[in-house]
Design a protein around this ligand. Structure first.
Ligand code: SF4
Length: 556
């Protein structure tokens, strides 16, 4: 009997992430509108902030004019940054390469998204002269992930951090940040940049206070360190210029105050001097240095919430407003910008956080840490945060900063880096498929086909982590068979389904032949002494088989 209630599948979007046939409807996300603030986007839940009606085109440098299609710069102006080339309508080799890596985007689309401020290519000219392979960050592109590296005063050294960088890239990191606060910071940064094929980011204030207290920091110290790191080839800087003196009173009711290292140091400086944030005061000078090398801004969220209790509060939202102002100022000085976001956010508030930043910062790419959607799983925060990261990317974040299992507990080691990268590749890929980015589901479908055909070698080959997939499969099998130890032979739905298909295709004339077809396979299967493959009830006594199957991982 049919259920008495029915409903229609939403006809929204209809932009599947693959052009291959399947039985699923297209994505329920908005249809792609590259060239507009919507690019790839989730439908706005009622009450969510809509996009800004302004873009980087509204914040041209002094003396520039908006031409018919592109901008017109004053005579004798020489473009330096990717942003300036894009505004002038030029396509650089870096834009060509970024588009090549985003198979659904053309170099023209990459240029136009950069010119609108919705995308950036973080490629310092010095790093480009080494091994950097240019890539782009923006919601029109696939979601990127960042891995944090760096020695602490208590653990690690340059060699180990370079090894971690290579390991992070092996497991899919699109960018890496050197957050060293211990050891030889200059040497470690230099080694990482010279090795890295991915863009490298830093938080320059960490180096500014080596050998001095934060209260001793001068404007000159700030600019000197920024010149040094830009000259070394850093591709993006986290600059915590959005945390203002006026924001500090908002912190009094928070459970955990300021959790950003850079934010807490600058707050201490402001209290000691009773002055405005020095990064805010010298922001224009910082822009000029960054423009010279084409270092991208990652405008830091010094007031990001450090627990669910402090999410989406006054302190956080007021800082985002200042980040919007700084975005306009950086764009007007020819610099590329992305915005950093929280942190710890209850799941239901993630969409608002993403869309608030989209509006206030005029669509500049949003780069978020997690967010963690619960606080009570230390040791598993790569999982609590990758749940939030998936929602964040679906609702607008362009890059996700990974969290490892060691978050809040200790410095991540090599295996933690792998676990963090994999958790975040899952989040990024899930969001890309849901947003309907063309081609992103192709590999999922190919793996589904291999799974349906019980083709274990293809199944393993298409897995993101083939070594682990193979190791897990082989725990209970010496050879590839037409079932696995999860259910065992007689309960293998995929095998039964395949046999039904053979029957449907006329290859088996009688339903009884299915059993015979199955038997042919069984002859090739040999049971061994340690129980591997012996859950095959046609090969052992039925009661014995049931006992083995009941003990298998999927048995009951
Ligand atoms: S035994 Fe179960 S888990 Fe394994 S392939 Fe068959 S249906 Fe899938």
């Amino acid at each position: 009997m049919r259920c008495s209630v029915s409903t229609n599948i939403p006809a929204h979007g209809n932009n599947p992430s693959t052009d291959k046939l399947g039985t699923t409807p297209g994505s329920f996300a908005n249809p792609p509108r590259i060239g507009t603030p919507y690019t790839f986007s989730s439908p706005d839940t009622p009450g969510m902030p809509g996009p800004s009606d302004r873009t980087a085109w509204d914040f041209l440098p002094e003396g520039w004019e908006r031409g018919e299609e592109f901008a017109v710069a004053p005579d004798r102006f020489k473009a330096v940054t990717q942003f300036e080339y894009a505004r002038l309508g030029m396509i650089t080799p870096e834009m060509e390469r970024a588009a090549e890596r985003e198979t659904h985007l053309s170099p023209q689309q990459v240029r136009d998204e950069i010119a609108a401020g919705r995308m950036l290519i973080t490629a310092n000219k010095v790093h480009l002269s080494y091994n950097l392979d240019p890539m782009c960050i923006g919601r029109a592109a696939t979601t990127k992930i960042n891995a944090n590296l760096g020695a602490s005063p208590l653990s690690s050294n340059t060699d180990r951090e370079v090894e971690k960088l290579e390991w992070a890239v092996r497991w899919g990191a699109d960018t890496a940040m050197d957050l060293s606060t211990g050891g030889n910071l200059d040497e470690c940064r230099e080694a990482i940049i010279r090795t890295a094929t991915v863009p490298i980011g830093t938080v320059p204030i960490y180096s500014m206070i080596i050998g001095r207290s934060v209260e001793e920091l001068t404007y000159d110290d700030i600019l000197t360190e920024i010149v040094k790191q830009a000259g070394q080839g850093v591709d993006f800087f986290t600059i915590h210029a959005g945390l203002l003196k006026e924001h500090l009173p908002y912190l009094k009711d928070r459970l955990i105050g300021i959790v950003s290292r850079g934010g807490s140091l600058l707050a201490r400086w402001m209290l000691a001097h009773n002055k405005q944030n020095p990064m805010y005061e010298v922001f224009d000078e910082i822009c000029d240095i960054m423009r010279e090398y084409d270092v991208g801004f990652s405008l830091g969220d010094g007031l990001r919430p450090g627990g669910l209790s402090d999410a989406t509060d006054e302190a956080q939202l007021r800082e985002v407003e200042t980040l919007g102002e700084l975005t306009e100022r950086a764009w007007a000085r020819g610099c590329q910008v992305m915005i950093e976001g929280p942190g710890h956010v209850p799941f239901d508030q993630i969409e608002f956080n993403m869309k608030y930043a989209r509006r206030i910062c005029h669509g500049a790419p949003f780069y978020v840490l997690g967010p963690l959607v619960t606080d009570i799983f230390p040791g598993y925060d790569h999982i609590t945060s990758c749940i939030g990261a998936t929602a964040a990317a679906y609702h607008g974040a362009a890059m996700l900063c990974y969290v490892t299992p060691k978050e809040h507990l200790s410095l991540p080691k090599k295996d933690d880096v792998k676990q963090g990268c994999i958790a975040y590749k899952i989040a990024a890929h899930a969001a890309d498929v849901a947003l309907g980015i063309p081609g992103t589901r192709d590999r999922d479908d190919a793996l589904t086909r291999a799974r349906a055909a019980l083709d274990w070698s293809e199944h393993v080959k298409l897995s993101f982590d083939p070594e682990t997939a193979r190791e897990f499969h082989d725990e209970d099998h010496d050879v590839d068979e037409d079932f696995c130890s999860m259910c065992g032979h007689d309960w293998c739905a995929v095998r039964i389904n395949r046999d039904l298909e053979l029957f449907g295709a006329g290859e088996a004339k009688e339903i009884g032949e299915i059993a015979e077809l199955a038997e042919k396979t069984l002859l090739a299967v040999s049971a061994d002494d340690d129980g591997k493959a012996t859950c095959h009830s046609d090969m052992v006594d039925e009661r014995e088989a049931q006992k083995i199957q009941a003990g298998s991982p999927g048995g009951s």
